[in-house]
Design a binder for this molecule. Structure first.
Ligand code: SAH
Ligand code: SF4
Ligand code: F3S
Length: 490
């Protein structure tokens, strides 16, 4: 780990490409937790009268990292702007999970080249998951040499120092740690609105064969329960209405503690006692979802009845080659257990179509699983090969046309179930957290049920930020419509 600039020839010593063999040799050494972070004194006024803009491309974890970066920049005196021409710092917080996410970033760099030419004092940086890939860093060095700064996912707290270096250096400043660092606890975070993200763990040790995340995010490290609970209590005091607990595999929470026995179920149980109206979590891995957690979730209270449980495929052969480490039968059994304990649960999932070698029959196994579970909704993807992952070496013989048609067929089935599930809400009165005006029509408010269904409702603007009863009047495919029921009329 070190700071490099592009004139250094031995760059590769400090930067390793994703390698399954190396990454799996993860050390057992303890992760240290640091509580004493401070912006260096000489950087506290560095951003005075200057502006920043951050573009975020990835998952909720990535968006939450953006909140940390914003927190750091604002403690340095920078102010936010939406206007690129006004910005003194522009950062692209990138995602590497699929090729199209990466393409967008390279496209954007093409546009930013002109801006940089017009305003040479602009500091242009690339951070996030793409920075953790050697091929990406090399491509930026060769083709986008006007970039000033590259940093990764493990060293966000180093931003003040790196920004200073980038500002004064004529060379591109690159600092990417190929190995995860310790946990830095007290980084500032700029949160807005009524919902807040809270990391409970970092990294992933699952190594699904198609996935880049274990390489870009490092090994699983859980935050100490007392730190998570203190953060949630603080957010409750600040008036946030909803917390989303984040981890790539939240069910593995606590497995890395060697001094205490404390699981994700225990954490949820402790969080259920905190006075915050709604608590969600993402993402669950079916393999580690245990009975204790189901028992805790079934008590409901502030733990809402929604579970995102990525299945990826309904075929045992494909699941095996994805190294998901569960079978279709195990997944269905788990869903039955959850539905038995929480009958009104909203189930959502992630599905990949066109994994290397996927046959029509194997795809139909996915369709039949979807029909059996009747998911409320799903994120669906065409498989995208990621360099350095085991699946990238598998024979990818499914033509793109076939992959696209499978995605289309899958989405059609999902839309049917989403509509069916939405229809079942008609006539009911449900609690809705009103989040703001609808994106397309400012006369309509938009909010979410406990099961995370999008609701469009008619009601006064004062309802924004509150949880209110809404009578559902109509169902569309991807949202439901309703009207506010004032308390006296319930
Ligand atoms: N940790 C989470 C999700 C991580 S990425 C989990 O395990 O569920 C989010 C989703 O992107 C995954 O669930 C998967 O469906 C999809 N995905 C990951 N790698 C992919 C790839 N190479 N091609 C297509 N989709 C992918
Ligand atoms: Fe990727 Fe999720 Fe599998 Fe981890 S559990 S390797 S993040 S798909
Ligand atoms: Fe993308 Fe990184 Fe999230 S690869 S999905 S931003 S963990």
């Amino acid at each position: 780990m070190t700071t490099k600039n592009k004139s250094d020839k031995d760059f590769s010593i400090y930067f390793q490409p994703p390698s399954l063999t190396d990454a799996k040799k993860r050390g057992k050494e303890d992760i240290k937790v640091h509580y004493n972070f401070e912006i260096p004194e000489d950087m506290q006024q560095f951003g005075k009268d200057k502006y920043y803009l951050i573009q975020t491309y990835g998952c909720q974890m990535n968006e939450h990292d953006t909140e940390t970066i914003m927190g750091l920049l604002e403690q340095m005196g920078y102010q936010a702007t939406d206007d690129r021409r006004q910005a003194d710092v522009i950062l692209l917080n990138t995602c590497a999970v699929r090729e199209n996410a990466e393409d967008k970033v390279f496209g954007e760099l093409g546009h930013l080249k002109h801006l940089k030419a017009e305003k040479p004092s602009l500091v242009l940086g690339v951070c996030g998951c793409m920075s953790q890939e050697e091929a990406v860093v090399n491509r930026i060095l060769q083709k986008h040499a006007f970039v000033d700064l590259i940093f990764g996912t493990h060293n966000i707290h180093r931003l003040p120092n790196l920004l200073k270096e980038a500002f004064y250096s004529k060379e591109m400043v690159i600092e990417v740690w190929s190995k995860e660092g310790d946990i830095v606890e007290n980084l500032p975070k700029k949160r807005e609105g009524i919902k807040a993200w809270v990391n409970i763990m970092y990294g992933c040790d699952k190594f699904c064969t198609y996935c880049i995340v274990p390489y870009t995010r490092g090994k699983e490290r859980s935050r100490r329960p007392e730190d998570v609970l203190a953060e949630v209590r603080d957010l409750a005091r600040q008036g946030f209405q909803e917390i989303m607990l984040l981890g790539q595999n939240v069910n593995a929470y606590g497995k890395d503690f060697d001094d205490i026995e404390y699981t994700f179920g225990d954490l949820m149980n402790d969080i259920s006692k905190i006075d915050i109206p709604r608590v969600r979590f993402t993402t669950s891995h079916p393999r580690d979802f245990d009975d204790h957690l189901i028992e805790v979730l079934a008590k409901k209270g502030n733990l809402v009845e929604q579970i995102h449980l990525p299945v990826q495929s309904g075929s045992n052969e494909i699941l095996k080659r994805m190294s998901r480490k569960y079978t279709r039968e195990h997944y269905l059994e788990l869903v039955a257990k959850i539905k038995n304990a929480i009958p009104d649960v909203g189930m959502t999932t992630d599905i990949i179509v066109g994994f290397p070698g996927e046959t029509e029959e194997q795809f139909e196994d996915t369709l039949s699983l979807v029909k059996e579970v009747k998911f409320d909704s799903a994120y669906t993807f065409i498989y995208s090969p990621r360099e350095g992952t085991p699946a990238a070496d598998m024979d990818d013989d499914v033509p793109m046309e076939v992959k696209k048609s499978r995605l289309y067929r899958l989405n059609a089935v999902l839309a049917e179930f989403s509509k069916e599930s939405n229809e079942s809400f008609k006539g009911k009165v449900v609690d809705v957290l009103v989040e703001g005006e609808s994106k397309n029509n400012s006369d309509v408010l938009a909010g979410r049920t406990r099961t995370n269904k999008l609701v469009h409702l008619v009601g006064p603007k004062e309802l924004i930020g509150k949880i209110v009863p809404v009578r559902i009047t109509d169902a569309q495919t991807w949202y439901i419509k309703g009207e506010w029921v004032p308390a006296s009329a319930v």
